[in-house]
Write a protein that binds this ligand. Structure first.
Ligand SMILES: *Cc1c(COP(=O)(O)O)cnc(C)c1O
Length: 336
């Protein structure tokens, strides 16, 4: 089959090809019912436990697919990315599996546990500046000067096709699903899931969920074009960062496929983490818990079976303990 270039919007055939390509590298994660959320919402609620994915997030799907698509020459030059953590970790893992050099650039906002994990996986980690955009400038330099291949965290057809394999799995595991709740940042996860799931089941609704402040995709969708947003420290640190002013794929796909976007306060995100821990016995990071947080706070009134995608679990365990014990170090910032 002809290979779609990195800037072409992926279609069902690309999601299916990606699934074959990453089979054996990624886990098919469980889909489980949540009786407590079903009672709370008065509807069947299912949880897609993608936080149990290898490396602790869905990002391994996209990174593995992108790495598998590299040419021999590109493999020799190595891969580079800017990442708030989980993409970097996934790319480091995928590159190491194939014996490829990986350089991960990130802003100072990245939590220590994520940085340590990337280094442990054998990748070079570079901390540059206070924003994803500054980290991206370093990646651009590595591409221009050292000939490395950029594997961006979301705006790339191979990455998107990999994330979309989750959409295929969701429709197979939950054929009754009417609404899917997806954590939303740059939109690779939401666009991939929505495009794949709607290709199989056009009636399905996909709702993006972000934190209230610094929700780059929501602000961009409202503005009708990609806009720059200020970054804030958030419990959902994996949802930070911009969509890229030169965004080529995910902005258009989110505009086409997302039925709604809901924004949560830091306390609502904390409640999502607490619910997952106390009622479901699951450890999720803030970004991974926003779908559940939206249901707990009744911010979404869905009809029919709901699937909440738990996208990651890479939270500092000391912070997690404090949150499940009732604290929230990010809460006071809600007052601002
Ligand atoms: C990256 C990430 C997201 C958001 O994915 P995008 O493709 O950037 O929208 C959500 N949850 C977790 C855990 C992540 O690592």
């Amino acid at each position: 089959m002809m290979q779609s270039p990195a800037t072409t919007i992926p279609a069902l055939a690309d999601f299916e090809a990606a699934r074959v390509r990453i089979d054996g590298i990624i886990e098919r994660t469980p889909m489980v019912a949540s009786p407590s959320l079903a009672e709370h919402c008065g509807l069947p609620v299912l949880l897609k436990l993608e936080h149990r994915q290898t490396t602790g997030s869905f990002k391994l799907r996209g990174a593995s697919n992108a790495v598998a698509l590299l040419s021999e020459d590109e493999r020799r030059r190595g891969v580079a990315a800017a990442s708030t953590g989980n993409h970097g970790r996934a790319l480091a893992h995928a590159a190491r599996r194939k014996g490829i050099r990986a350089v991960i650039c990130m802003s100072r906002l990245v939590p220590e546990n994520k940085l340590a994990e990337i280094r442990r996986l054998g990748a070079e980690a570079r901390i540059v500046g206070d924003s994803q955009d500054e980290a991206q400038e370093e990646v651009d330099r590595l591409v221009a000067q050292d000939g490395m291949v950029m594997v961006p965290p979301f705006d790339h057809a191979g990455v998107l096709a990999g994330q979309g394999t989750l959409g295929l799995e969701i429709v197979e595991q939950a054929p009754d699903a009417a609404t899917i709740l997806v954590p939303l940042s740059g939109g690779g996860l939401a666009a991939g899931i929505a495009a794949a799931a709607k290709a199989l089941k056009p009636s399905i609704r996909v709702i993006g969920v972000s934190m209230r402040r610094g929700a780059a995709m929501k602000e961009s969708l409202d503005a009708g074009r990609p806009v720059q947003v200020r970054e804030y420290a958030s419990l959902a640190d994996s949802l930070g960062g911009g969509v890229g002013l030169d965004n080529r794929l995910t902005f258009a796909m989110c505009r086409e496929h997302l039925d709604d976007v809901v924004l949560l306060s830091e306390d609502q995100i904390a409640d999502g983490i607490r619910h997952l821990y106390r009622n479901e016995r699951e450890v999720a990071e803030g970004a991974g818990a926003v779908g559940v947080g939206a249901l707990v706070a009744r911010r979404i009134r869905p009809q029919g079976t709901v699937v909440a995608v738990i996208s990651g679990r890479n939270i500092d365990m000391d912070l997690h303990r404090r949150i499940v014990c009732g604290e929230n170090p990010f809460a006071e910032e809600d007052a601002a």
